[in-house]
Write a protein that binds this ligand. Structure first.
Ligand code: 3EB
Length: 327
């Protein structure tokens, strides 16, 4: 018998540990292995550390925790122009916060943000981008092909150029309500490639038909991390085939979203279900829906850490979207 390849394969980096914790930023930033720390909303603390990011989304629950990414071993960090980054144990965090007032609209701003991020990642050993988050203002403003989300998709594709010719990373794109029209893009990359995962219940986003815009969205539904010890799950909503399901029905959209999340786990050959180790985020369009979403998730995903954030989903008929991690 030939031995399994597992026995000769070099050890791959352990997945970054993602957690929500009620701590102060300077304490976590001093801990060994802290790759990135996120604060949410206007009430969040500030820090000048390049590993710190203030996300322009408000948490519905108080007090708001920090999101913390930790890796094994020492972390280095820096800034290049508008870009902030950190790296350690083969992992790379990079982020750009770009003001549309200086870059000119959602398309131009996305193009420059993605061009800068891709140029930076291309210069690094950690050049395999596994996961990207995008937060932009007024995502559903404008009609048809000029809706701001669709303009963002065009600029994103332009800025990426051929960087993701082998396939797109997993992603989230959500609308924020901050006063400044800033685009925030941040990513996790690795020096080893991940495994792209699609959802058999959904048309792949890059194959969406023309009715959803001139440039289809550039993302994979999920990404298995190189060590196959975690799944990074893209923003997941009540989309079946390419169509939005259950317009104006929050509970039906939540049910459908959970079916899609389970389909992704099955597609990635992972056991069903989420647990206390698998932090999720739920983006909720209408603040009045937040208690319903909270109750639903406590009932259906008991013990799972969920950050409940005020965010607009990129199709105006969608009321809720969930992303996160499955370890
Ligand atoms: C969807 O399924 C919902 O443009 O990066 C989800 C995840 C969605 C990522 C993106 C959009 C994006 O089409 C929208």
């Amino acid at each position: 018998m030939v031995q399994g390849c597992e026995n000769v394969r070099p050890a791959l980096h352990r997945a970054p540990q993602v957690s929500y914790r009620w701590v102060d930023p300077e304490t976590v930033l001093q801990e060994a292995g802290t790759l990135a720390v996120f604060g949410f909303g206007t009430g969040a603390p500030r820090s000048a550390d390049p590993r710190w990011l203030n996300v322009d989304l408000e948490d519905f629950d108080a007090p708001t925790p920090l999101e913390i990414w930790q890796v094994d071993g020492p972390v280095t960090h820096g800034r290049v122009g508008e870009l902030q980054w950190s790296s350690g144990d083969g992992w790379l965090f990079a982020a750009i916060t770009a003001d549309e007032n200086t870059h000119g609209g959602p398309s131009a701003t996305a193009a420059t943000a993605y061009a800068q991020l891709c140029e930076f990642v291309a210069s690094r050993r950690e050049r395999h981008v596994l996961r990207i988050w995008n937060y932009l203002a007024d995502i559903n403003q404008g009609e048809g092909d000029v809706e701001r989300y669709k303009q963002f998709c065009e600029g994103r594709a332009e800025g990426m150029g051929s960087f993701f010719a082998e396939g797109f990373p997993a992603a989230t794109a959500i609308g924020h309500h901050a006063s400044a029209p800033r685009l925030q893009v941040y990513l996790l990359a690795c020096d080893e490639p991940g495994g792209r995962v699609e959802n058999p219940r959904q048309v792949s986003a890059w194959r969406y038909p023309r009715q959803y815009g001139r440039t289809p969205p550039s993302f994979a539904r999920a990404m298995t991390l190189p060590g196959e010890d975690a799944l990074a799950i893209s923003g997941t909503a009540a989309v079946v085939g390419h169509a939005s399901a259950h317009e104006d029905d929050l509970l039906a959209q939540l049910d459908e979203t959970l079916v899609n999340l389970e389909a992704l786990l099955a597609s990635a050959n992972m056991p069903a279900g989420f647990d206390t180790q698998s932090p999720l985020k739920a983006y909720v369009r209408h603040p009045t829906d937040a208690p319903v979403v909270r109750d639903f998730l406590q009932r259906r995903l008991p013990g799972v850490p969920v950050l409940l954030l005020h965010g607009d989903i990129c199709r105006s008929e969608l009321l809720v979207e969930i992303d996160g991690w499955r370890y």
